[in-house]
Design a protein around this ligand. Structure first.
Ligand SMILES: Nc1ncnc2c1ncn2[C@@H]1O[C@H](COP(=O)(O)OP(=O)(O)OP(=O)(O)O)[C@@H](O)[C@H]1O
Length: 244
């Protein structure tokens, strides 16, 4: 999966300015960057929820031409910021949403949902609860179970720890790391949580001023010479970074 010279502006705000990014098959790439740097816009361009003004998104070795093909969309899973569960559906119906939509027999879909709930540490009883009855951490786990319900080849994680306490954030980061490793899925995560970066990333890319300013192995992050990367990973108020 890669982007080539991606441009996207909203009026006078030029968010992406020729962004090149590549994620190898089976790799876990985490994109970091300050608030408003364009991480969500990048994700939306890859998913076809926003159409880039110029440049291309390549999936499976082919340009998508703006909208990813249905064949690709079938193969990806997504954990949304805030889990984004459907309130009127039970937990298992949320997890099995795509399977039910694809007319899988309900008993089979439910069994798959319970299996994925177990993978994220939730008991079968949770299957019949409704989203309103879940804590934030449980909702995130359910969102994760839904993201992996169809055994996707590519998984997107949008700020996976936002709104969680540090312990629950650690649990979710650990689950993401283990699931990505055991399924061999390609993973693209956007976050500004350095704990997520350290837990999840094989490689890190820093988005700034509409392009990838720095990229490197997660293991080498602390030794990165880029002053902006250093400021970001240490959360220092002073440095080259100025918030927009
Ligand atoms: N639909 C839109 N219309 C107008 N401006 C937009 C739209 N979507 C995003 N933007 C602008 O694009 C810029 C980047 O936004 P984006 O949400 O991608 O940032 P981000 O890096 O994900 O930030 P955060 O970490 O705070 O979520 C912001 O200035 C935002 O106001």
């Amino acid at each position: 999966m890669r982007t080539h010279a991606l441009h996207k502006a909203f009026g006078a705000t030029r968010v992406l300015r020729g962004l090149d990014l590549e994620v190898a098959r089976g790799e876990s790439l985490v994109v970091i960057g300050g608030s408003g740097s364009g991480k969500s816009v990048l994700l939306k361009c890859i998913l076809g929820l926003e159409i880039p003004d110029a440049g291309e998104v390549w999936l499976d070795g082919q340009p998508t031409g703006g909208r990813p093909r249905p064949a690709f969309l079938e193969r990806f899973g997504m954990l949304f910021q805030g889990a984004a569960l459907f309130d009127s559906l039970s937990v298992w119906q949320n997890v099995a949403f795509r399977l039910l939509r694809d007319r899988r027999p309900p008993a089979q879909a439910r069994a798959r949902a319970i299996e994925k709930l177990a993978r994220v540490g939730l008991a079968p009883e949770v299957a019949d609860l409704f989203p309103a009855q879940l804590s934030g951490g449980m909702a995130k786990r359910v969102g994760l179970a839904r993201a992996i319900a169809t055994d996707p080849a590519v998984i997107f994680f949008d700020e996976p720890t936002t709104g969680l306490d540090p312990i629950m954030a650690g649990v979710i980061n650990g689950l993401i790391r283990d699931i990505v490793a055991e399924t061999g899925a390609t993973a693209l995560t956007i976050t500004h949580d350095m704990a997520s970066v350290r837990a999840i990333a094989d490689r890190v890319a820093m988005l700034h001023a509409g392009t990838i300013r720095w990229t490197g192995r997660a293991a080498g992050l602390d030794d990165a010479e880029d002053p902006m990367v250093q400021q970001f990973i240490h959360g220092r108020p002073e440095g080259p970074f100025t918030q927009p």
